[in-house]
Design a protein around this ligand. Structure first.
Ligand code: M6R
Length: 347
């Protein structure tokens, strides 16, 4: 049932290029959903955990490509923002399981005042029955507690949604190349195993990124905490000097997400800052980026042109693999991390 892989998580990581392709086939269904939308002036994403990180990418996409003001709220905090809901707001709930208690509670509240759209992986789950509109991701069942393939499919669905709403065919065409970009990270597995062995005994890690790479940094840190029990802190690279820089020294590796593009040079200067405090830097970026290579101790690189805007989908793959292999090196079962359930059904 694990298809020859040691764990479900590893199998699910490897399934990603294929499930992304399956999810891409849903574009015409998404166009139908978009055709039914009323007019709205604001978007509010609501989600927990990994689905929250997918929502953060959604915010930058909606604001960059459609200019629609977009908020992202944690489901458990949504209650406190109810006052700002109205009929001009589209509330988008992202939930793999469709059964997360906090997200279902938020959906109930949102349904009273606003139009709701749920992006869900599990067919027929409660969220799909209660939302006004539904988009299905086609990740297939995810058994590992850590969300991997469902995250990348959520991202693909959001990119397609924005593409359908904006008529941006270029984005849609670029999305078709994402499965091949993801395969590159999977082909680099041996190199990632070496990096995992090198850093497996760290007690703390920082993950940094800007703009489209900030959610990737948060997601990398969440994976690390969840399945390796190492403290991983995801931070907007530009916020480092507003406090956490005080924690950086030669015992704290820093993983920097640095695709070529607008945010590149600024994140590079953050790399210099952490190196000046002794930190080892592991970078995710382009294999052609000679400056990044010379500035970092280890690099998990991608060939080919991946736009900054689309980088969140392939760039998360090496981070998933890194946490997976650190978990295995530390003798942990990544499929069943302690104290965690696949679906959180209590508020
Ligand atoms: O099923 P949901 O997408 O609503 O679940 C939300 C979170 O519980 C989930 O993403 C959790 O953070 C993952 N285990 C992280 O890997």
């Amino acid at each position: 049932e694990k298809g020859g892989f040691k764990h479900f998580m590893l199998k699910e990581i490897h399934e990603q290029p294929d499930v992304v392709k399956n999810t891409l086939m849903e574009f015409s269904e998404i166009e139908k959903v978009v055709g039914k939308f009323s007019k709205f002036k604001r978007i509010c994403f609501v989600a927990c955990g990994t689905s929250f990180h997918a929502s953060l990418v959604g915010k930058y996409l909606f604001e960059t490509l459609l200019g629609i003001p977009t908020d992202v709220l944690l489901s458990s905090e949504f209650l406190f923002s109810e006052g700002a809901l109205d009929k001009d707001t589209l509330v988008i709930l992202i939930t793999q399981s469709g059964e997360t208690a906090d997200t279902l509670k938020a959906l109930k509240i949102a349904n009273k005042k606003s139009e709701t759209l749920a992006i869900v992986n599990v067919l027929g789950s409660t969220a799909t029955r209660e939302a006004d509109h539904v988009i299905y991701t086609r990740a297939g069942p995810e058994i590992g507690v850590a969300a991997t393939k469902t995250y990348v499919c959520q991202l693909v669905s959001i990119y397609m949604l924005v593409s359908a709403m904006s008529g941006n065919d270029k984005l849609l065409a670029e999305l078709q190349k994402v499965p091949d970009h993801m395969k590159q990270a999977l082909e680099n597995e041996d190199h990632i195993i070496e990096i995992a062995k090198k850093y497996k005994d760290a007690n703390d890690f920082f993950f940094i990124g800007r703009g489209f790479s900030y959610p990737t940094a948060l997601e990398g840190a969440l994976k690390l905490k969840e399945i390796t029990y190492i403290h991983g802190e995801g931070y907007a690279a530009g916020e480092l000097k507003h406090g956490p820089l005080a924690l950086i020294d030669d015992n704290v590796p820093v993983l920097a997400v640095v695709p070529p593009g607008e945010s590149h040079d600024k994140t590079l200067s953050n790399i210099e800052e952490v190196k000046a405090r002794g930190a080892k830097v592991i970078a995710v970026g382009s294999s052609k980026d000679e400056v990044l290579k010379s500035e970092s101790h280890d690099i998990m690189g991608f060939d080919g042109d991946i736009s900054e805007m689309l980088s969140p989908i392939p760039y998360v793959v090496p981070l998933q693999l890194l946490s997976y292999y650190i978990s295995v090196e530390r003798g942990i079962d990544p499929d069943k991390p302690k104290n965690l359930a696949k679906c959180v059904t209590v508020e």
